[in-house]
Design a protein around this ligand. Structure first.
Ligand SMILES: Cc1ncc(COP(=O)(O)O)c(C=O)c1O
Length: 363
């Protein structure tokens, strides 16, 4: 019934952390399971985050951890998820998870969802009777849009699927259900031979990719759609805007017409997974010179220097995992066990530990 095109394509995942944080403690990967009748599986009732931890000379450093966790809490608030989690606890748990994993770089995935109370099951749409569960997992993830994409760029299409309308599903909440829309966009793009699809908003203006925000460059001005174009308020988008300010590049939030994509001098995606990925062509129309343009390259270079800890960030953007460990009373500075091979799943977990940001971490 369906073509096999695109089915084999996915992001490389070389290693997975063998433990998962669950409501305050670490459990084995194999024990992180849910009942098939859980509310989330039937009604999409989850919110989540995607956070990158980068390898730096001072060990792994989590990028903009607080901002991601604040967005996570905001998403939960929009969906009236009444939980006991707080920002510090979530940040500490993520740092402890990375430390526990032994991974030098990884992608961190917190998720909060409506589960099932097996003693008092509830199966209706009404989410309130269902207990909430929070987990954080981590894995080593490759380049989201392909290994060559960062330098050469990607060929994309404008999707026939629109982005969510503001009063149907809030795009500013990073909810699992929103990603059914993203999947329609992504599948259509892959099946038509493109790396990614760009959705328009309900008025026909450019919104975002299935999992990325978008920027276009006209002359020396950088433009990106406003929040009112049904976008997720991307943390990488915000980083790009702040980097532009630092580099003296004019950046404006503007409604962008579809045709403006075709005649832009440069275009690029921003996102935690995609990082900063140039767009080479849209609907088989070459953007600018067809590759990574000079302004994109400048922004991308600054971004990667910051994430590697080689350049001062405009704010406290890096949370160093080892600095966090060193701050623990009684810590002897020994290396954590490497527990990252997908086949190793039987190690015991340790309690969560405090973290520090780049600003107060010792050199
Ligand atoms: C739909 C969508 N838009 C934009 C983004 C980029 O957001 P961020 O830079 O915070 O990862 C993402 C990635 O999470 C996304 O899924």
């Amino acid at each position: 019934m369906f073509s096999n095109e695109g089915k084999a394509k996915d992001v490389k995942t070389p290693r997975i952390c063998d433990v998962v944080w669950h409501d305050g403690e670490f459990i084995k990967w194999n024990d992180a399971r849910v009942h098939v009748m859980s509310h989330v599986l039937h009604y999409g009732s989850s919110v989540f985050e995607g956070i990158r931890c980068y390898a730096t000379e001072r060990g792994p450093a989590v990028f903009r951890l607080k901002e991601h966790m604040q967005r996570f809490l905001n998403s939960a608030k929009i969906y009236r998820m009444d939980h006991d989690l707080n920002l510090d606890q979530l940040c500490d748990a993520s740092v402890a998870l990375v430390e526990r994993s032994g991974l030098d770089q990884c992608y961190i995935r917190p998720i909060l969802f409506r589960s099932l109370d097996e003693e008092r099951p509830a199966f209706g749409v009404n989410p309130f009777p269902n207990p909430l569960a929070c987990y954080i997992g981590a894995w080593d993830w490759g380049k989201y849009l392909g290994d060559e994409a960062i330098e050469k760029g990607v060929d994309v299409c404008v999707s026939t699927w629109n982005r969510l309308t503001p009063n149907s599903m809030p795009a500013m909440a990073k909810s699992g259900a929103n990603y059914m829309n993203s999947q329609l966009i992504k599948m259509e793009a892959l099946l038509n031979g493109f790396a990614e699809g760009i959705a328009l908003d309900d008025r026909g203006y450019v919104s975002e990719g299935s999992g990325e925000n978008i920027f276009v460059v006209n002359g020396d001005i950088v433009l990106t759609p406003p929040l009112s174009s049904s976008i997720l308020a991307g943390i990488t988008r915000d980083s790009v805007i702040q980097i532009c300010h630092e580099l003296g590049i004019t950046v404006k939030e503007r409604s962008i017409q579809r045709a403006a994509l075709y005649v832009a001098d440069e275009a690029f995606f921003s996102g935690t997974a995609a990082e900063i990925t140039p767009i080479r062509a849209v609907d088989r129309i070459t953007v600018g010179a067809g590759g990574r343009g000079p302004i994109t390259e400048k922004i991308q270079k600054a971004f990667f220097e910051i994430t590697k800890g080689e350049r001062k960030a405009p704010g406290e953007w890096l949370t160093y995992v080892k600095a966090a460990k060193a701050s623990q009373p009684g810590n002897n500075g020994s290396q954590p066990e490497a527990a990252t091979d997908v086949s190793v799943r039987n190690q015991t977990a340790e309690p969560a530990m405090k973290f520090q940001t780049a600003a107060n971490a010792p050199d």
